[in-house]
Design a protein around this ligand. Structure first.
Ligand SMILES: Cc1cc2nc3c(=O)[nH]c(=O)nc-3n(C[C@H](O)[C@H](O)[C@H](O)COP(=O)(O)O)c2cc1C
Length: 177
């Protein structure tokens, strides 16, 4: 698997149904578990968080309104800084929350800004019940020239539970990274 990059977008904030304000988002927790396991197995791992130039409100309703607007306008929200030496990585994990049964528009921006030729690209996501919502296919389409790896989607409220870690560990073992 060579040099591994784990890029992810995660906002946290008010989590619908959970009644709590999450400082660390679900996808960030998932990205951390992936990084921990791969690092423990002596892989060369770098994590990169896609940070929006215009931060999202923590209120669920406000964030949803903005996400819907961005999606209907097919916007490509900017992020603050980019990955250094993207070309050096052999394997790229790309993580995101499902927003409106889709990838967040900022993740489209990230995918469209990079050249994935020759890399293995592995998507992962958290969601509130709708599963991966066909986003793994979209990631494969956008990451032109890459070799696809099997993605993993898990419910956001499971990531910090033992069952979530178990699923992630099992998936990574199947991927044989
Ligand atoms: C704007 C917005 C739209 C969402 N749309 C969906 C959806 O269509 N389907 C779904 O299952 N969950 C949806 N969710 C729930 C998130 O996917 C879920 O809470 C996720 O784990 C949040 O990840 P994060 O904490 O890393 O940001 C949505 C959440 C937000 C904030």
């Amino acid at each position: 698997m060579g040099k591994i990059l784990i890029c992810y977008f995660s906002t946290g904030g008010e989590d619908i149904g959970a009644g709590e304000n999450k400082e660390v988002g679900n996808t960030a927790v998932m990205a951390g578990l992936i990084a921990d396991k791969l690092t423990a197995e002596s892989h060369d791992v770098t994590s990169f968080r896609i940070q929006p130039a215009n931060p999202y409100p923590s209120s669920y309703d406000q964030k949803l309104a903005r996400a819907m607007e961005e999606r209907s306008m097919q916007e490509r929200p900017e992020y603050t800084e980019d990955v250094a030496d993207f070309d050096d990585y052999d394997t790229v994990f790309i993580g995101y929350p499902i927003w409106c049964s889709d990838l967040p528009m900022i993740v489209y921006n990230f995918l469209e800004k990079h050249v994935f030729t020759g890399k293995v690209v592995i998507p992962f996501c958290t969601h509130g019940g709708s599963g991966e919502s066909d986003t793994f296919r979209i990631v494969r389409e956008k990451a032109v020239g890459s070799a696809p790896g099997d993605g993993l989607a898990i419910p956001g409220n499971l990531v910090d539970k033992p069952g979530g870690k178990k699923q992630i560990d099992h998936w990574l073992e199947q991927l044989a990274v």
